[in-house]
Design a protein around this ligand. Structure first.
Ligand code: NAD
Length: 461
């Protein structure tokens, strides 16, 4: 075995949490070794967020081409090559992974390929292709992420029953697909496959699609998806999946469904096994590693961030936690992550973005609540773009003007949300948003108008 590698910080996992922490720690003068058994960038960059955004862009382009006549452009002989869409998404992911490798070199971070296990508090043993390598570190940061879950008795074989991992790799769109789970993964893939002509049925056990979002957002998405031919079955309980018919038969409490494939999209589980956590007595909470506001686990000098450290399971939350952990390890006093202002973004068409409380949750409290809503049908920019589905909805405390929640469904929702995130960070109220001049014509004006509406002062509705 080669000599132990001695560093200030060893990081296990180089997804958005791990690689951002590595770079921040290196900026602060620490020597860093980062262990990775796939490519740097983790699930987000290689198999999740980034390749799916490329596929969704393909779906959007195809939809635009199919509706070109709305713009007086007549296109004939359209041929959509799904295999090329997947290959393009692989090229996009590859380019971004190379970018992380470049940043590691630039910041003198040692990449150690292989699977890391903690053998003591400051020791990580890495099993790689060339054998074992030991890393001895002053602090260790775990950032191993999460993996797709399945339902009891249903195995994900990545052939008939696929997860998002299989879906981003397979170069063929199935003729028919049952998607189990209408969360972010479910609705994003339902959108992609439906655009490429797959007959999609979307099953959700709860009473509505994207059930963590505001009810009005769920209702609008369900209406748009249904109008595109996606069949939605909510309140649907899956009893089993077995081979048969065109590929699989899905048994539900409402009857049998037949499809070529099933996409399992019922959530993700933290990757906490095989890391040596039990032997060290690292405390878990509902399957996630328990952490302090500065991301330290129950074991001194051992930190954890990202999906493995609890919800929300979002790349940007992992990145923010990575910065906090790196700064804490470097002896700084970072500001802990404010979990009340983390934007949640789903990139189906129309896009969904939200932060804070839904209207229903805000009304459960004691305070009086004001709600302002502005539809994109009244936005000049949205009408000019031909993208008028959706709205911006602002939920605020009537007495103080505090922004309690924002819910956007529609064009570029995932970009528009940030003015509210900044507003909350600055402890701004409805007034500060209203006194901010929004350029005309922009989609962001819908944010201004919804805020005005919450004050009973909307101009354009
Ligand atoms: P999710 O938790 O967002 O959604 C899973 C859905 O499956 C829920 O609506 C749940 O009610 C439903 N479900 C659970 N059991 C079911 C059953 N037996 N039958 C039918 N429906 C069932 O999980 P996901 O969509 O798999 O995504 C995993 C994680 O990754 C989430 O935390 C998500 O936020 C994150 N993610 C985010 C993005 C994004 O930000 N754009 C994209 C993909 C994934």
């Amino acid at each position: 075995m080669p000599d132990a590698l001695k560093v200030d910080l060893a990081i296990v996992g180089t997804g958005p949490g791990g690689y951002v922490a590595a770079i921040r720690a290196a900026q602060l003068g620490l020597t860093v070794a980062a262990v990775e058994d796939d490519r740097p960038g983790g699930v987000c960059l290689n198999w999740g967020c980034i390749p799916t955004k490329a596929l969704l862009r393909n779906a959007e382009v195809l939809s635009l081409v199919n509706h070109a006549s709305d713009f007086g452009i007549h296109v004939s002989g359209v041929e959509a090559d799904y295999a090329e869409a997947v290959r393009r998404s692989r090229r996009v992911a590859d380019r971004m992974a190379k970018g992380v490798e470049f940043l590691f070199r630039k910041n003198r971070i040692t990449l150690v390929p292989g699977r890391g296990t903690l053998t003591s508090r400051g020791t990580v043993e890495v099993a790689g292709q060339d054998g074992l390598q030991t890393i001895e570190a002053r602090a260790v940061l775990l950032a191993t992420g999460s993996e797709p879950k399945s339902l009891p008795g249903i195995a994900i074989d990545e052939r008939r029953v696929i997860s998002s991992n299989g879906a981003v790799r397979q170069e063929r769109a199935p003729r028919s697909l049952v998607v189990i789970g209408a969360g972010a993964v479910g609705v994003e893939f339902a959108d992609v496959y439906a655009a490429y002509g797959t007959r999609v049925t979307l099953l959700e056990v709860l009473p509505r699609v994207v059930p963590i979002e505001d009810e009005e957002v769920s209702a609008l998405l369900a209406r748009v998806f249904s109008s595109r031919g996606i069949e939605i079955k909510t309140g649907a309980r899956v009893a089993g999946v077995r081979p048969g018919g065109a590929g699989v038969i899905v048994e539900t409490d409402g009857g049998k469904l037949e499809a070529e494939q099933v996409l399992m999209a019922v959530g993700r589980a933290a990757k906490v096994r095989g890391l040596g956590l039990e032997a060290l007595g690292v405390a878990l909470d509902r399957g996630f590693v328990k952490v302090s506001p500065l991301m330290e686990t129950s074991v001194t000098g051992l930190y954890a961030i990202g999906d493995m450290a609890g919800p929300p399971l979002l790349a940007h939350k992992a990145m923010a936690e990575g910065v906090v952990a790196a700064e804490a390890i470097a002896g700084r006093t970072p500001r802990p992550v404010d979990y009340t202002s983390v934007p949640s973004c789903t990139y189906c068409r129309p896009q969904i973005a939200s932060l804070g409380l839904t209207e229903a949750k805000a009304r459960e409290g004691k305070r009086e609540v004001s709600v302002g809503k502005f539809p994109f049908t009244a936005s000049g920019k949205a009408v000019a773009l031909g993208e008028t589905e959706g709205f911006v909805k602002v939920v605020a405390d009537t007495a103080t003007g505090e922004i309690l929640g924002v819910h956007i469904v529609g064009p570029e929702a995932t970009e528009i949300i940030h003015e509210f995130a900044v507003g909350r960070t600055l402890e701004g109220t409805l007034e500060e948003i209203v006194h901010t001049i929004h350029a005309h014509p922009t989609l962001s004006e819908a944010a201004l108008e919804a805020t005005l509406a919450a004050l009973g002062q909307a101009i354009h509705i």
